[in-house]
Design a binder for this molecule. Structure first.
Ligand code: HPA
Length: 258
């Protein structure tokens, strides 16, 4: 018997509050033991693949990165049956090769966020759990996205370190230099605790990052919303093409260990 295809979850970030191309079959308002997710879950098909989409900042965009209920979001997507998750993230570029409209599929992250609900393992527990988080992103899902970005001829990096900052303000130039010394290539405000919560739920999680500005101090000007919006306008079509091209491949089940 053919293995069952998984449901693919897509978490849309800044610039992606709806998913063009998604043939919507229904919406579901959900409550979770961790509270209310950012928006209703939107179910549909993207190129034949069953998808569940969630707007991370709500729809319309209204929840700032530090106030997103990441636990409710991840719980809802997991409960809906998603086994693979793509987190689309707008980021600032630190590495000289990662400028506006460039796409990055990071392979590592460093977490600088604080005070966010960041684990499901709290409250009355039977024991203490430490999940492995050596490789925070699913290598299988990363390879699928990287292959599509190459096939589509999009400017992209197949690896990189995502620095997750607290926001909602952008960084100082000195903070970006520190991130760079730490080894970060890109900086964003929403990559964590999302990736860790997905790992706690044993979901295959991958980040699809779109650079929307040079990080603070990495260009000759301060960061403006106008430049961010222009980069989103320029780069989001590529992100959508990758999602369309990979939806079905991402839905293939993980090879089972024998
Ligand atoms: N810093 C943090 N988060 C971001 C940035 C940035 O420069 N650009 C988009 N999200």
């Amino acid at each position: 018997m053919a293995a069952k295809r998984g449901l693919v979850g897509i978490i849309g970030g800044t610039g992606l509050t709806t998913l063009a191309g998604l043939e919507i079959s229904g919406e579901q308002v959900v409550e979770t033991p961790w509270g209310t997710p950012s928006a209703p879950l939107v179910f549909g098909r993207l190129e034949e693949q069953k998808i569940v989409f969630l707007a991370r900042h709500g729809h319309p965009h209204r929840i700032p990165p530090h106030q997103v209920n990441y636990r409710a979001n991840l719980w809802a997507l997991h409960n809906a049956g998603a086994s693979t998750l793509v987190g689309v993230n707008a980021v600032g570029g630190i590495h000289p090769g990662m400028g506006p409209a460039h796409i990055v599929i990071p392979d590592q992250l460093i977490d600088y966020t604080w005070g966010r609900g960041h684990t499901f393992f709290e409250g009355e527990l039977e024991g203490v759990t430490h999940i492995d988080f050596t490789y925070p992103y699913s290598d299988r899902a990363r390879q699928v996205l990287i292959e599509a970005a190459s096939e589509l001829g999009l400017s992209h990096s197949a690896s990189g370190v995502y620095g997750a900052t607290q926001g909602p303000r952008l960084e100082t130039a000195a903070e970006v230099l520190r991130l760079e010394r730490d080894g970060c290539d890109i900086v964003g405000m929403t990559g964590m605790p999302e990736a860790a919560l997905a790992a706690e739920l044993s979901m295959d999680y991958v980040c699809l990052g779109l650079v929307v500005n040079w990080a603070a101090g990495k260009s000759d000007h301060i960061i403006t919303m106008a430049e961010i919006e222009a980069a989103i306008e320029e780069g989001m079509a590529g992100i959508l093409s990758i999602l369309e091209q990979t939806a079905s491949r991402l839905g293939h089940p993980r090879p089972q260990a024998v």
